[in-house]
Design a binder for this molecule. Structure first.
Ligand code: ATP
Length: 352
């Protein structure tokens, strides 16, 4: 990340559903821990789309690129927009147009009580996933032929470029190198997908040679999912493609205590990054003030870490950890706090 010369400036997109509720709590924590950071709100989301058809204008993307250090996104998705077109434009649009090729998702258990795995402690579940974020099966390249007939054909193309594969693998090794980690595991399905995933294998071996202090390993993705459940302690850094990364990070969220605790960053070193809780807009609980804001609060920590303030990131992580240990949590984790009370609990824990 570039070192900003002015105070950091964050573009805030609360989005839809519980996105607005959890970001409100995240911003309280941001204001308390980093009062010098400036923010500007943008109203992109379902409401705006329904009002005037706007999803994410190029002018906003230009502003994000030139005027902001981070984008802080809540969640996108609203039952009133069944096609989800606004969400695709805003989220995938920023990922692709800002070329945010790294989806960075830490999987860290903060308190054993919230882990669904038997006898696993926080030190057993502590790894990060580097998910490729701009290619793979999510580019939308493909087509349908003879749609809605018995002879219909639907093709979805998986895109793997050498440049794209190499830069995500290198990012994983570089992060391991900078963070004192000694193991990087690459996951693919090269036994069945012989062209694209063979490219992953060759590039992985070649990049691994540049990092002699780091032990490279490989698992087919089906085996990886088993191992994440049986022996999560085997992992420090996992790197994989867009589709597999999407799936294994949700599994990661589950073993770290649930989707309400998982933070993520969409990154391209040196460029503005987009940070968001992993969960969606959760229309089933939206508007009730009961959503867990911890993922959004941990996302604030991740932004501050990327902005060169690792002590603030640790302080936020520790405060959320203390709330979990004390049972000061929202309903889905067995507590009785509202979103706002959970935000206050983190603020209390930070100042204790
Ligand atoms: P998407 O389709 O974008 O993944 P979604 O809201 O349908 O969005 P998830 O975010 O995966 O899906 O959430 C699944 C369910 O988990 C929600 O419907 C909600 O009940 C619960 N959930 C998600 N996030 C939270 C949260 N922060 N606090 C409490 N419950 C949550």
């Amino acid at each position: 990340m570039s070192t900003p010369t002015r105070p950091p400036n964050i573009a805030v997109l609360p989005g839809d559903g519980i996105g607005t509720e959890v970001l409100e709590q995240g911003l309280r924590v941001l204001g308390a821990i980093a009062p010098d950071v400036t923010t500007e709100h943008f109203d992109f989301g379902a409401e705006r789309y329904l009002r005037d058809g706007t999803t994410l204008p190029d002018s906003a993307l230009d502003r994000f690129r030139n005027e902001f250090d981070c984008i802080y996104l809540g969640a996108l998705g609203d039952p009133r927009v069944p096609s989800n077109v606004h969400a695709k434009d805003i989220l995938l649009g920023s990922r692709f147009k800002l070329d945010l090729y790294i989806n960075f998702r830490p999987v860290r258990l903060l308190d054993a009580r919230y882990c669904p795995l038997k006898d696993k402690r926080p030190e057993d579940v502590d790894f990060v996933v580097f998910r490729e974020n701009t290619e793979g099966l999510y580019t939308g390249i493909g087509g349908q032929f003879k749609r809605d007939t018995a002879d219909e054909i639907a093709i979805e193309q998986e895109i793997n470029t050498r440049k794209g594969v190499e830069r995500i693998i290198r990012a994983a090794f570089q992060w391991a190198h900078e963070n004192g980690k000694t193991r990087v595991c690459m996951s693919d399905k090269a036994n069945a997908m012989r062209h694209g995933h063979d490219l992953w294998q060759r590039v992985f071996r070649s990049v691994a040679n540049e990092y002699p202090g780091i032990k490279p390993s490989h698992l087919y993705v089906d085996v990886l999912t088993m191992r994440m459940v049986q022996t999560p302690e085997d992992f420090e850094v996992i790197v994989t493609n867009n589709l597999f990364g999407d799936i294994v990070t949700d599994l990661g969220a589950a073993i770290q205590g649930g989707i309400g605790l998982a933070a993520s960053g969409n990154l391209h070193p040196g460029k503005v990054g987009l940070y968001e809780p992993v969960h969606g807009s959760a229309p089933d609980i939206a508007g009730r003030g009961i959503a867990n804001p911890f993922a959004a609060i941990l996302t604030v920590g991740m932004m501050l870490g990327q902005l060169g303030r690792p002590a603030d990131e640790r302080r936020i992580g520790d405060a959320v950890g203390r709330c979990l240990i004390a049972g000061r949590v929202t309903r889905e984790l067995g507590g009785n706090l509202t979103s706002s009370e959970a935000g206050s609990a983190v603020l209390d824990a930070m100042s204790a």
